[in-house]
Design a protein. Structure first.
Length: 133
């Protein structure tokens, strides 16, 4: 793993959350994107080398909507940048971690992504991400 690439935060409403985080971080949202396959809208902020990703569900039965219904708004995941997502997935699986997807998926911000089950990571949802070349 190379570095923390971003921190994902589940929010109910971009109309409230984006201005709040613009004030909090003292920077503008630089990008929004829809990830249709995951039923989620994303909004990105950058501070130094780290990004904050806001996640808003696009459907009532989407994974983010379910998360918010169960746990409320707040931190959803921590994403780590990796040089070779396939190799890192294999390494982590060999170490006993449970992958939530067996092959990398196309995620937001031009990334291939894979998530680790939070039951094996002290309750924290971990995302591996690699920039698509």
């Amino acid at each position: 793993m190379l570095k923390v690439e971003h921190i994902g935060i589940a929010v109910k409403d971009f109309a409230t959350a984006i201005p709040l985080f613009e004030k909090l971080l003292n920077t503008q949202c630089y990008k929004t994107e829809v990830v249709a396959s995951e039923h989620v809208n994303t909004a990105f902020f950058e501070k130094g080398d780290t990004k904050i990703e806001l996640l808003q569900s696009t459907s009532e039965d989407g994974v983010i909507a379910k998360y918010i219904a169960k746990k409320g708004e707040g931190m959803h995941h921590i994403a780590f940048e990796v040089a070779d997502i396939q190799a890192e997935m294999e390494r982590l699986q060999n170490e006993g971690f449970v992958l939530l997807n067996q092959v990398p998926k196309k995620g937001a911000d031009n990334k291939l992504v894979c998530f680790l089950h939070p039951k094996g990571t002290s309750g924290v949802l971990i995302e591996l991400c690699q920039t698509i070349q």
